[in-house]
Design a protein around this ligand. Structure first.
Ligand SMILES: Cc1cc2nc3c(=O)[nH]c(=O)nc-3n(C[C@H](O)[C@H](O)[C@H](O)COP(=O)(O)OP(=O)(O)OC[C@H]3O[C@@H](n4cnc5c(N)ncnc54)[C@H](O)[C@@H]3O)c2cc1C
Length: 452
């Protein structure tokens, strides 16, 4: 039976595990990263669609200028040129039988850039736009991490308190909230929403810009990290894991891989999601995780459609009053807007009501909605379709959950936690995962140095 002793064993090859591996190898540590699946990337990956050759994401991912750790990660792994960064935030809102309206920030310092953009939002009456300013003022005054009241109410209750008319919710707040936090405003925590709005709309002007991957997610966010780590001597194994960890006392001295190899690391990082913790640790309570039942999942469905005609001009749009929340024109994003088939990805966030529907029904709903919003879609034929349901896309950021999100340190001295569900103060996002990976790498690095 072979054995090895890397400085750090990382379990989980999603963005949290990979960013921890990138950071640790760049600091000169030896690492072994294990991923149980055939592919790295976890909930952020892409594959080639056999019929068209297109790169298909497991779900469309958007980033923002305020994703500072992610942008640093993309620089480090050499993939920053594969994202498009808007010069100013620009989102088209579409509503059936109405002209589209544009929410666009202007080239002024934040938050003026956003406030002027809101005041110009044509879909709302001027008095409703003025009502939006109440939210702006609240954002300036409140610190979501200290404000107990915000932590105890939902987004819907918060908007009610700020006297936001129904139109303001429909045309802006609900779309941002469900897109960023992936659940209904009746469930999600106002504190987390305020944190998202503050990160995106305050600070630098660039923070609110959308950052759009120009290629498949694995090409942009994953493959470069794997090569980066391997080039620096890190070992990364797919389709591999460890036997369940049980009977931990005060530290983990050795673990056995499923292949039988024994590893004696100085530190261990668990970068697996909340739903895989009970499979990895026989007794999560023994490492300080006593409240795992607080985490519940919220689904995202992506309906990928290839049409025989190009009827959509925009890069992406938000859909008002539709079961479909966003439509992404992948042909345009991939830089081949008039060639061959038109490839669209339609996203349903917080998809509790649709997730059990059959594929054909979801494709019919999607096509029906496109015809309502784009009359010329009625003459376009669906040539290929693919539905991806991610039932555990994110944790539901319900009111009160924040207190149960764990820190990097556990009750076991050389075991550390990373992942979008740990205490990042952000919703389940790419940025949360990468921040947690970097933070956890730093904690493990300090631990190893303290033992020298
Ligand atoms: C459809 C969809 C759309 C999304 N859209 C956005 C978006 O627009 N913007 C945004 O910022 N975020 C978005 N997200 C959220 C984002 O993808 C996640 O927050 C992020 O990928 C989580 O990364 P992670 O590393 O924490 O976890 P994961 O990606 O889940 O990675 C954990 C890894 O650990 C592995 N693992 C588990 N157990 C073991 C074990 N015992 N041994 C070895 N390996 C193990 C898993 O296989 C997995 O690869 C979206 C998510 C989905 C699913």
């Amino acid at each position: 039976m072979s054995s090895s002793s890397p400085d750090v064993l990382i379990i989980g090859g999603g963005l949290a595990g990979l960013s921890a591996a990138v950071e640790l190898t760049s600091r000169g540590h030896s690492i072994l990263l294990l991923e149980q699946k055939q592919h790295f990337g976890g909930r952020t990956y892409s594959f080639i669609h056999p019929e068209t050759g297109d790169e298909v994401d497991n779900g469309q991912h958007l980033m923002m200028g305020c994703y500072h750790s992610t942008l640093k990660y993309l620089e480090t792994i050499g993939r920053i040129s594969l994202v498009e960064v808007q010069s100013n935030l620009s989102i088209v809102f579409r509503e059936s039988n109405k002209s589209p309206s544009l929410f666009q920030t202007v080239p002024l310092p934040a938050p003026l850039n956003v406030l002027v953009g809101l005041l110009r939002l044509q879909s709302l009456s001027f008095s409703h736009r003025l009502a939006m300013l109440r939210v702006g003022i609240e954002l300036v005054l409140r610190n979501p991490e200290k404000n107990k009241h915000l932590q105890s109410i939902t987004v819907a209750e918060w908007l009610e308190e700020l006297k936001q008319p129904e139109e303001n919710r429909k045309y802006l707040w609900d779309i941002i909230a469900i897109g960023a936090l992936n659940d209904s405003t009746d469930r999600i925590s106002a504190a987390l929403f305020v944190k998202v709005l503050k990160s995106a709309f305050f600070g630098s002007r660039f923070n609110s810009s959308m950052v759009i991957p120009k290629k498949g997610l694995s090409t942009v966010l994953i493959d470069g990290a794997v090569s980066y780590v391997q080039k620096r001597g890190g070992r990364v194994l797919k389709n591999n894991s460890i036997k369940q960890i049980s009977d931990i006392v005060s530290s983990i001295s050795s673990v056995e891989l499923e292949s039988g190899e024994v590893i004696t690391p100085k530190a261990v990082i668990s970068a697996v999601p909340y739903f895989d913790i009970p499979r990895l640790f026989k007794d999560p309570g023994s490492i300080g995780l006593t409240d795992m039942d607080q985490f519940i999942s919220s689904p995202i469905i992506t309906i990928h459609l290839w049409f025989d005609a190009h009827f959509m001009q925009e890069q992406f749009v938000a859909m008002i009053d539709s079961p479909i929340h966003w439509v992404f024109n992948k042909s345009k994003i991939y830089g081949r807007e008039d060639e061959g088939l038109m490839y669209l990805a339609l996203v349903v966030s917080g998809a509790h009501d649709l997730v059990e529907k059959e594929k054909d029904e979801l494709v019919n709903i999607a096509h029906h909605e496109l015809k309502r919003f784009y009359p010329s879609a009625s003459v376009a034929k669906v040539i290929h379709s693919l539905v991806i349901k991610e039932k555990r896309a994110t944790f539901s950021p319900k009111v009160g959950l924040e207190q149960f999100r764990p820190q990097h340190k556990t009750t076991v001295q050389n075991l550390f936690l990373a992942g979008d569900w740990t205490d990042t103060k952000l919703p389940a996002t790419i940025e949360g995962a990468v921040q947690s990976g970097y933070g956890c790498a730093d904690t493990a690095d300090k631990f190893i140095k303290s033992k020298r």
